[in-house]
Design a protein around this ligand. Structure first.
Ligand code: DMJ
Length: 484
């Protein structure tokens, strides 16, 4: 194994050569992979093509039945709006852009980019959730831009972010309001969750880097600071704060939602933009988590709920969403804990056919038995595989991929499960847009030797949007930007 973090070479220079560099991009932390000088992995059991087939089956159904709508309802054969009824943003298209690029589905990519350029309407009189708009739409547009170099995608990312900025600018603390009206700038939702306050830095940082306007990065960092400065003396955070007063209104310390991706944001901010202060904040809060929330009482590593000021335990449930933390721990140097935590979720997969959305880990009981096609387990498999080079993580991802195909496949692609404990499982009627951005991409990157991805220098956001390591944008037919 060797450190391949610096192996971008000519391709990386081409990719980023034309963009303004505002904040110097620090060395991405060491990523280790077995493989060739190009960091290209051996394909895994021919499953790369099967990951593309899985993606295509859902994508074709979306194109046929819900094109331009936010999400596909595969059972009823219709579309659904994600942000607000009657308002649609083609969310699935935006989320899929870089996946289409990586999978070399170029005809589909051209059609997707054309839809975004011609049809995506940001000037809608509707309140949207700031967090979801940032990680899904801004992030999707940015990675789409980095993949294709179509300037309109960057312009749209900036336009949307400018429409979201009142949520930050109007807040006395800098922690954003939860909602903002895209047309009027009116804000609402003074109680906001920690994850939603603090998960904008990766995308805003990239926008600052690409446009040379650092106000986006500064707004996102001010929001992170507003939370960090209110940590308890045990270096724990609560769940919810009043963004006008800065007072905590939810004082349970947890890694589960609605806090989860806050910690990713700190690490990504350090890894992508070299911000030492974010590294310090991440290190401080991680020590608090490992000291006061880590619970090894079952013989496995879990993370309990506790009162943020005293550290007294208040709960022993765990959301499947928290499975992301295995990868983050490994990525940030806590490899042994990351591996242990993934093992805990692998044990869940041994007890249930698919991971329930919420479990009581003491009793290994499903508290919320749905499985909304979540990607966090596969995400951590990818990061642990990249970090350790161990094949076991590709094998575990294969198990998850097989389970999804076995239990979630329907004639129009894939759908969510309402109850994984029922025999047969009860299905719901939705292909979440994140499936196109996350699950399919993680499987493809692990199982294929993706020619358009630099495995030694790749970096993905919390929503799976690739912000580093996209190679050869000129490889798309016609050369140069798609749709130019
Ligand atoms: C995704 O939207 C993102 O990964 C987010 O950070 C939380 N998880 C959902 C999918 O489960």
């Amino acid at each position: 194994m060797r450190n391949l973090a610096g192996s971008g070479g000519v391709s990386r220079r081409r990719l980023f050569g034309a963009v303004a560099a505002l904040t110097p991009v620090a060395a991405v932390p060491a990523v280790f992979l077995p493989g060739t000088a190009n960091a290209a992995p051996e394909p895994y059991e021919g499953l790369g093509a099967e990951a593309v087939d899985a993606f295509r089956s859902a994508w074709d159904a979306y194109r046929r039945l819900a094109w331009g709508r936010d999400e596909l309802r595969p059972l009823s054969g219709s579309g659904a709006d994600f942000f607000a009824p009657g308002h649609t943003f083609g969310l699935t298209i935006v989320e899929a852009l870089d996946t289409l690029y990586l999978m070399e589905l170029d005809e589909e990519l051209v059609a997707a980019v054309q839809w975004v350029r011609n049809e995506l309407d940001l000037d809608q009189d509707v309140s949207v959730q700031v967090f979801e708009s940032v990680i899904r739409l801004v992030g999707g547009l940015l990675s789409g831009y980095l993949a294709t170099r179509v300037p309109a995608l960057l312009d749209l990312a900036r336009d949307l972010t400018d429409r979201l900025m009142p949520a930050f600018a109007k807040s006395p603390t800098g922690a954003p309001y939860r909602y903002v009206n895209l047309s009027t700038g009116a804000v609402s939702g003074r109680e906001n969750y920690v994850a939603e306050v603090g998960s904008c830095l990766t995308e805003f940082g990239e926008l600052s880097r690409l446009t040379g306007d650092r106000s986006y990065y500064d707004a996102a960092k001010r929001a992170l600071r507003a939370v960090y400065e209110r940590r308890s003396r045990l270096d724990l955070l609560g769940t919810t704060m009043n963004v006008e007063t800065g007072a905590w209104t939810g004082t349970t310390a947890t890694l589960d939602p609605p806090v989860d991706s806050f910690f990713e944001s700190l690490w990504h901010g350090w890894a992508l933009y070299g911000d030492e202060e974010l590294h310090t904040w991440y290190t401080t809060l991680t020590a608090g988590i490992l000291t006061h929330l880590a619970d090894r009482g079952t013989g496995r590593l879990w993370f309990r709920q506790a009162e943020m000021s005293t550290g007294h335990a208040t709960g022993h449930v765990q959301s499947e969403l928290t499975a992301f933390y295995a990868g983050l721990l490994a990525q940030s140097g806590h490899v042994a804990d990351g591996e242990s935590y993934l093992d805990s979720w692998t044990a869940v997969l041994e007890s249930f056919r698919l991971p329930p959305d919420l479990i009581d880990y003491d009793a290994m009981r499903a508290v919320q038995p749905s499985y909304p096609l979540r990607p966090e387990y596969a995400n951590s498999c990818l990061l642990l595989w990249l970090t350790t080079g161990k094949e076991i993580y590709r094998e575990q991802a294969r198990v998850m991929f097989d389970r999804q195909r076995r239990y979630c496949t329907v004639p129009n692609g894939f759908t969510v499960v309402r109850d994984v404990t029922a025999f047969p499982m009860k299905l719901g009627d939705l292909t979440p847009a994140y499936w196109f951005s996350e699950n399919a991409k993680y499987y493809f990157l692990m199982f294929a030797n993706a020619r358009r991805f630099d495995y030694g220098a790749g970096y993905l956001t919390t929503e799976g949007n690739v912000l580093r390591g996209l190679l050869e944008p000129g490889a798309v037919p016609g050369g140069g930007p798609v749709g130019k």
